[in-house]
Design a protein around this ligand. Structure first.
Ligand code: COA
Length: 163
């Protein structure tokens, strides 16, 4: 199918999405989160907001966020390998940044492996700036995390409600 005919949409993640989320997760990370971790985020964490990206109603990506007062913290973002390199990661992060603004966040942060140049490139394109290193942040290989921050300006988010 021509990409232009595809229906692309974002919506809040639901527990029933978890099998498809795990499929993306297992194909995206060397140390994937287990199902229970996502479940706890959806059911038990009042600060968490998880968004799924669908293409023709199939879940192909997601992004997790914690919003605490005016700070938004990206917990994870991934696009299924079959759908990468088409602007969907950028669209997902842009969407989540707008959502965070509507929920009152004025700045956003994340950690990324120092070796993950693709993700760092995406973040820099959307205005994130490196601000420091968390040494040995990733327990699977003791890799350092690069900390990045962006200020969320209010030029786009003017309408809409989220809960
Ligand atoms: C990072 C990730 C979400 C990007 O998703 P994507 O849909 O492929 O990204 P996009 O197509 O929107 O590309 C956005 C930018 O990322 C960078 N990028 C994407 N693919 C790239 C590649 N193969 N090589 C270099 N840069 C790349 C580019 O800067 C690109 O901007 P451009 O299209 O203007 O050049 C995806 O690669 C992924 O799921 N990776 C595994 C999980 C992961 O590492 N998550 C981040 C954890 S912190």
């Amino acid at each position: 199918m021509n990409h232009k005919e595809e229906k692309i949409a974002f919506r809040p993640m639901e527990v029933s999405d978890l099998p498809q989320i795990l499929e993306v997760e297992m194909n995206s990370f060397s140390a994937p989160w287990p199902k229970q971790a996502f479940y706890n985020e959806l059911v038990r964490n009042q600060f968490a907001r998880y968004t799924v990206l669908t293409v023709n109603d199939k879940v192909v990506g997601y992004c997790g966020l914690w919003i605490i007062l005016d700070e938004a913290h990206i917990t994870n973002i991934a696009i299924h390998p079959d759908y990468r390199g088409r602007g969907l990661g950028k669209a997902t992060l842009t969407y989540v940044m707008e959502m965070a603004k509507m929920l009152g966040a004025t700045k956003m942060t994340l950690e990324v492996r120092v070796s993950n140049h693709i993700a760092q490139s995406l973040y820099k394109k959307l205005g994130f700036v490196p601000s420091g290193i968390r040494p040995k942040y990733y327990s699977d290989n003791q890799e350092d995390a690069l900390i990045m921050w962006v200020t969320l300006n209010d030029t786009k988010a003017k309408s809409g409600t989220w809960d």
